[in-house]
Design a protein. Structure first.
Length: 406
């Protein structure tokens, strides 16, 4: 067989310092394999190596989100079709053993067979920026929670004078008072050492809170500029950033809302037996995306009237809270996917305040009519609230008041 008739499939086993590349033909014949350094010059050498035998059909890479991210980015820029290869088949590993060349050939063979592969995330747009920013936010929140736990543990065994000082205070007031402490310099005194430690922990909590707020500000700015339609979905908050990270910079790799639901771990799995017909949530998918959708559902169950009505109806039907939340998670996944595919901005609400003032109606009167706080009406009028159901009812009510006054 001459070189011009060979079409090549490459497989790459990635590591922190080196990448092992293996080449097979379109018929599965092993051609060659070699190790390269995981640097810019190594990436250029890999491109020259995989093209020397003939046209390249595709390149299968293990770990496109970690060790193989740099190589996948360079190959995509050069126009190669990059395929993410999942974990090596365990049965094949037991039978054939494990080494870098074997893993690289396994990656190439997986691409040829179309087995255990997927489209990798592009990682070249604003979603990648969201992912990096969320890393700092996640660690700040985790550390802040650990600080509160440490403070509680110290107060349990602290001297009675210190415990009595903070016993009746709320957590914010307690942290503020601890951060303002001016303990003595005698650190050998247990009471002084305790006060010094509480002050340091309280200041650390304040610093982490500021860091979290800064991260939220950055995330909100990126989302409002690049995916404004998602910010108008009820109850999303900062959880939408995680969902965007899960989807990636190339959402076209998801062909249907069912695929997105499976990726987010909210696809229903049959769990029926005998006369019982029921479903349960999938335990697969991205657990961080599943947690984000869970938070959206909890927010809607507390604030969204449509969700409250749905929960009440399904409860009367005999559904448990877990089953109701499973259904709600699937609905949220469907709504978010449709917004991604067909983004539409929410209707403007900046006309509501002038209309209310023209009718000589106070915010307190409007809030009393809808049994909400005046701040809820204020947020809707300023466009900072995503309570679309309340905004719609508010608009209809103003129309009725206008017709009555006329």
């Amino acid at each position: 067989m001459t070189n011009d008739l060979i079409r090549v499939i490459a497989g790459v086993d990635t590591h922190a310092d080196t990448h092992h590349v293996a080449l097979i033909s379109q018929h599965g014949t092993h051609l060659a394999d070699e190790k390269f350094v995981a640097t810019g010059s190594g990436y250029r050498a890999i491109i020259g190596y995989i093209t020397q035998f003939g046209p390249v059909i595709a390149v299968g890479i293990e770990g496109t989100g970690s060790y193989g991210a740099g190589l996948a980015r360079v190959l995509a820029i050069e126009g190669f079709e990059v395929v993410e290869v999942n974990r090596t088949n365990r049965q094949s590993r037991r039978l054939r053993g494990k080494s870098d060349p074997l893993d690289a050939y396994q990656a190439a063979e997986s691409v040829l067979a179309g087995r255990g592969t997927s489209t990798p995330k592009a990682r070249d747009g604003y979603v990648e920026a969201l992912r990096v920013l969320r890393t700092a936010r996640t660690s700040a929140i985790k550390d802040r929670t650990a600080v509160l736990t440490q403070i509680s543990g110290i107060l349990v065994a602290a001297p009675e004078a210190i415990r009595a000082k903070y016993r009746a205070q709320t957590t914010p007031a307690r942290l503020k008072a601890m951060a303002a402490l001016r303990p003595d310099s005698d650190t050998a005194d247990p009471a002084v050492a305790t006060a010094i430690t509480l002050k340091r922990l309280a200041r650390r909590h304040q610093h982490l809170t500021t860091e979290t707020e800064d991260c939220d500000t950055d995330l909100a700015r990126i989302i409002s500029e690049n995916a404004p339609a998602l910010t108008h979905v009820t109850g999303v908050g900062t959880a939408v950033s995680q969902l965007l990270v899960t989807i990636g910079d190339n959402p076209e790799r998801l062909g249907s809302e069912a695929q997105f639901a499976a990726l987010a771990g909210v696809a229903p799995i049959p769990a029926s037996s005998g006369k019982t017909t029921r479903h349960r949530l999938s335990r697969g998918g991205d657990r961080a995306a599943n947690a984000a959708i869970h938070h959206i559902v909890l927010a809607r169950m507390c604030t969204d009237q449509r969700t409250k009505d749905y929960v009440a109806k399904r409860t009367k039907d005999g559904k448990s809270k877990r089953e109701i939340m499973r259904c709600l998670k699937r609905y949220v996944a469907r709504e978010i996917y449709r917004v991604l595919q067909n983004p539409r901005p929410a209707p403007a609400t900046n006309d509501l305040r002038p209309r209310r003032l023209a009718l000589h109606i106070t915010q307190a009167a409007a809030a009393q009519h809808f049994s909400v706080w005046p701040t809820a009406i204020s947020r809707i009028e300023r466009g900072t609230s995503r309570e679309h159901d309340l905004a719609s009812r508010y608009r209809v009510w103003l129309d009725e008041q206008s017709q009555t006054s006329a």
